[in-house]
Design a protein around this ligand. Structure first.
Ligand code: FMN
Length: 178
């Protein structure tokens, strides 16, 4: 595990950092694993994204306080379920703390033994490749084992609110003053 060490001399207000980055929309992805007893575990991130095409890699960041990540880390694999606009209840369930997150959440087991949640817009089965300690988070790098597109539109998150992406008509507005 690598560690990123930075100077803490800059006085950046955490509330301002949250506000500024809250304005940047993200997708909503459930990171899931299955214990050796067959119990599903998972949590929601807004930080999941593609990292490299060759080799095919993904990344996400998880708070050091996550109670689920240590289990998924020890399993060494996870599925990233890109949640759809129909899956706000799944998002709410998996972003809670506790052992009852998967009550009422349907899933199928992937070829690598991880839960693929029903109704996601895509499932990306991954092996954990590396992990970097970065401040109060871990940055995870995963190697893609299998990539399966699903259906529906991706759920979006911005400024503490959920929504969907609206495409501009073609051609896009020029932004010129009227
Ligand atoms: C839209 C959304 C995005 C989130 N993004 C992240 C994230 O990128 N990293 C993270 O650690 N937690 C993120 N969270 C919070 C976790 O889902 C939440 O803390 C969860 O309860 C952690 O569960 P655990 O302690 O069982 O791991 C997000 C929550 C929501 C609703």
């Amino acid at each position: 595990m690598s560690v990123i060490v930075t100077s803490d001399s800059q006085d950046i207000d955490p509330a301002l950092q949250r506000q500024v980055f809250g304005a940047l929309p993200t997708g909503v992805t459930a990171i899931t694993g299955l214990t050796s007893e067959g119990t599903p575990r998972g949590f929601v991130v807004g930080t999941f994204q593609s990292l490299s095409l060759d080799p095919p890699l993904v990344t996400f960041c998880v708070d050091k306080s996550s109670s689920t990540w240590p289990t998924l880390r020890s399993l060494g694999r996870f599925t990233a379920n890109i949640l759809s606009t129909e899956q706000l209840p799944v998002c709410r369930a998996l972003s809670r703390k506790g052992d009852e997150k998967f009550q009422g959440v349907e899933y199928e087991e992937s070829p690598i033994g991880t839960p693929r949640i029903a109704g996601a817009t895509a499932w990306i089965d991954c092996e954990v490749l590396s992990e970097v300690v970065a401040g109060d988070h871990y940055m995870i790098v995963g190697a893609i084992e299998e990539l399966v597109p699903g259906e529906g539109e991706a759920l979006m998150f911005r400024g503490g609110k959920f929504g969907e992406f609206t495409l501009w008509p073609t051609p896009a507005p020029t932004g010129e003053a009227k």
